[in-house]
Design a protein around this ligand. Structure first.
Ligand SMILES: O=C(O)CCC(=O)C(=O)O
Ligand SMILES: [Fe+2]
Length: 359
């Protein structure tokens, strides 16, 4: 494979085409948020309760993300046979390697078009002790120098955001934090994704979905991510901006907040225009509740949540009351997304989250 298969310096990638409409996101300055700036907190709250997506600048992770991309490139460039030794499997476990076409993107069972490596936060921070599973040598070699620092910074950023939501939802002090204890085993993970260049027109790299957990901290260089905003019937691109992470809310926070926080549906298609000729790389950190945490609206803890939840139609209240733990929720969804298990409309339905009611 030529060097163009590897991570390209951002400056040498074609720009996002200027004639393609994009969906604007509010921009949050992490430095201001960290200092408790009231205006920034209000802007974040506005973003979290409208689209549930925002840009985060000044987050201080750019170098860590670059190094994660290098680790990801070394790993995904390994021979398929080697990568397959670390495959996720069909049981709903996330950690490990996922090959191209392992999961379905729709109810018809169309295969996805991306490969990725998922690394558990628990494994990275306990290294060289193994908590969940083993990883390719290219991952191990970067555990201490690259992956652990990326995890730690990502966790700190997400904790800061979570505190804002805790306060705005008028929850008891530290309530959301207790559902995301650092020491509890969780589904928190780093993911490096490669969608191969020159995908056939109309092919999805990743099907429409809501994220499983609480918050996603995403770093994109090429376009391709699209959102379906509330009330809209056309998918709209989210344009990558250098130095700006794309953050979004997942189902767990939508559930805890009784629908106040929005977990918006999104998908990944081929990058637009000349960008389509390049491999598309993403780096994500998924912030998720502890495995044993029950997913339920915190109506007993906050009058704001109780009030908002009670006003929802029954179908939406049901979707926000799955009656399972965070572990059971994401394991079920992932298991039935696998091509091997996604063999009927009912199985596909079992892979869905709150997107089925489009709150
Ligand atoms: O690659 C992207 O831009 C988004 C990835 C994503 O939505 C996911 O992995 O859940
Ligand atoms: Fe996602």
């Amino acid at each position: 494979m030529g060097p163009s298969n590897r991570i390209m310096p951002v400056a040498s990638l074609p720009e996002f085409p200027s004639n393609i409409p994009t969906h604007p996101l509010l921009v949050i300055d992490y430095g201001l948020l960290k200092r408790g700036d009231e205006r920034e907190i209000d802007t974040l709250w506005n973003a979290a309760t409208s689209l549930g997506f925002w840009y985060l600048k000044n987050h201080g992770c750019d170098e860590d993300v670059e190094k994660m991309f290098e680790m990801g490139a070394e790993t995904l460039d390994l021979p398929l046979k080697e990568k397959m030794k670390y495959e996720q499997g069909d049981g709903g476990i996330s950690f490990g390697y996922k090959y191209i076409g392992a999961s379905a993107v729709d109810v018809q069972g169309t295969p996805d078009s991306n490969e990725l490596i998922n690394i558990a936060k628990d494994d990275a921070l306990a290294w060289p002790k193994q908590v969940h599973r083993s990883y390719p040598p290219t991952v191990n070699a970067h555990m201490e120098s690259t992956i652990a620092p990326f995890m730690n910074k990502s966790v700190e950023i997400n904790e800061t955001i979570l505190k804002v939501f805790n306060q705005k939802l008028a929850l008891p002090d530290g309530m959301l934090g207790r559902l995301h204890l650092r020491q509890e085993i969780s589904g928190c993970e780093a993911r490096t994704i490669r969608a191969p260049r020159n995908m056939p027109q109309g092919k999805l790299a990743l099907g429409a979905h809501t994220d499983f957990g609480s918050l996603s901290f995403l770093h994109n260089r090429l376009g391709g991510l699209q959102v379906l905003p509330p009330g809209a019937d056309e998918w709209q691109y989210v344009k990558p901006i250098e130095g700006h992470a794309i953050c979004n809310i997942g189902d767990a926070l939508a559930i805890f907040g009784g629908g106040v926080l929005r977990s918006n549906i999104h998908r990944v298609c081929a990058p637009p225009g000349a960008q389509a000729n390049f491999d598309r790389w993403s780096q994500v950190f998924f912030y998720r509740p502890g495995n044993s945490v029950a997913l339920r609206p915190l109506v007993d803890e906050s009058p704001i949540i109780a009030e908002a939840f009670s006003r929802l139609p029954e179908e939406q209240r049901d979707a926000l009351t799955p009656g399972v733990t965070a572990y059971e929720w994401s394991t079920r969804r992932r298991k039935y997304q696998r091509m091997k298990n996604s063999t009927s409309p009912e199985a596909w339905q079992a892979s869905r989250g709150t997107e089925q009611v489009r709150l």
